[in-house]
Design a binder for this molecule. Structure first.
Ligand SMILES: [Zn+2]
Length: 91
């Protein structure tokens, strides 16, 4: 057994992804590049509302799917230390 690299579902060894959708999402997610300055701006200077607007504009400008972009921003925010992981929030 192997795992789909996008949704982590179990798949047959002969397959690379569980579905065409996952394959497309996976490659689109890899293609998304978020500049450090943009990360800094939305995490430091923006209110929650402004943040949403900035992310929407950014997705539109690069024709990226908003949900994938948000996933990526979430990941990067934690990686860059702008956001604590959920575990830390509870402490
Ligand atoms: Zn999948």
């Amino acid at each position: 057994m192997s795992h789909c690299p996008f949704c982590k579902k179990k798949i047959a060894m002969s397959k690379a992804f569980c579905s065409r959708n996952c394959k497309e999402n996976y490659f689109q997610l890899i293609a998304i590049q978020i500049p450090k300055l943009f990360m800094k701006r939305i995490n430091t200077f923006c209110s929650e509302e402004e943040r949403e607007t900035e992310i929407e504009k950014f997705a539109y400008r690069h024709k990226w799917r908003i949900d994938l972009l948000k996933n990526k921003i979430e990941e990067e925010s934690i990686k860059l230390g702008y956001k604590e992981t959920k575990k830390n929030e509870e402490e």
